[in-house]
Write a protein that binds this ligand. Structure first.
Ligand SMILES: [Cu+2]
Length: 144
């Protein structure tokens, strides 16, 4: 009898717990996930390539913005992405870029049409406005 009581209590608590976490827990970045802090510490960025990175072709990625201290997803007002080849001092064509917020996911965007004009080391400069502060995070990547 005591066993059954404990079991039902556990089921009840687990249900309450899962309902609670769905309702108001903010998205928290997994501890093992790599990312990069913005220059002034306004945000923490994670960039995941979904296509590429390729050279002389278009690549795609997801951009996830987190609070720099707590690594919780944060709301972002605007996003701009500039691929820059620092070693050679040039950028690339950006007319095919399309940045779209992911519905229902705070601070998450998809970017399509990233065009890296040549192979080699690129700095992907991601500038975002968070609570009126403009800051830039740079993601280093090598295109084959
Ligand atoms: Cu170059």
């Amino acid at each position: 009898m005591q066993y059954l009581l404990r079991l039902s209590l556990c089921v009840f608590l687990c249900q309450a717990c899962s309902t609670h976490s769905k309702a108001d827990a903010p998205a928290v970045m997994p501890a093992s996930t790599e990312g990069v802090a913005s220059k002034n510490g306004t945000f923490f960025l994670k960039m995941d390539w979904t296509t590429g990175p390729k050279s002389a072709a278009t690549s795609a990625a997801t951009l996830s913005f987190y609070d720099a201290n707590h690594h919780q997803a944060i709301s972002v007002d605007s996003v701009a992405v500039v691929p820059w080849m620092t070693t050679m001092g040039h950028g690339t064509a950006m007319k095919d870029q399309k940045i779209v917020p992911v519905a229902g996911q705070v601070g998450h965007f998809t970017i399509d049409g990233i065009y890296l004009i040549m192979g080699g080391p690129w700095d992907i400069r991601v500038t975002a406005t968070v609570n009126g502060s403009v800051d830039t995070a740079t993601v280093a990547v090598t295109a084959p």
